[in-house]
Ligand binder design. Sequence first.
Ligand code: ADP
Length: 191
Amino acid sequence: MINLILFGPPGSGKGTQALKLTERYGLLHISTGDLFRYELGNNTPLGVLARSYMEKGQLVPDEVTVGMLRNKVEANPDVNGYIFDGFPRTIPQAEALDALLTERNDSITKLIMLDVTEDEIVNRILERGKNSGRADDNDPAIIRNRFEVYLKETSPVYDFYAQSGKSVKVHGIGGIEEIFEKLCAEIDAVA
Ligand code: ADP
């Protein structure tokens, strides 16, 4: 099993790269943002709850997010591994993920961070907002808030996995293919 955490600020290219990585390595891509947007699109109770946080650029509470993630993992046991995208976003989420994998005699293989500056992020997300239809992609104040939340609550997750030597950074500005090859080199080094 290869279990990757694709890490980095909002708009750092996780979704784009995760898709390419699933093709090359046959892993299941689990994006908590996509899962929430699916629920939201279907107006489920979970979607209605998530919307109130997402629209403000805040995190959905950990219990809700962890429960949803667990369901997705347990519904897909027979895979070569997972690419977690947008999860874990807090230390309690990281602890819950480790516990979930340990139950299955498994663990995180590596956390790879796409390293991108805040100014680049804001530009990219505003650009994406023109077509994505995402309310949280159109307002500079909300985007800044997402970045703040990332610095405060999410970036400690990098250090959490660094303690066991699993965290690495890849420069996240450049061509999609160029960045993809750097990610593959990191994965091939441990797979
Ligand atoms: P981004 O492009 O900003 O990385 P995502 O698509 O991953 O965004 O997530 C969009 C929103 O969904 C987040 O701003 C947050 O409100 C919610 N969300 C996604 N993943 C999580 C998570 N692991 N924990 C809490 N909230 C989450």
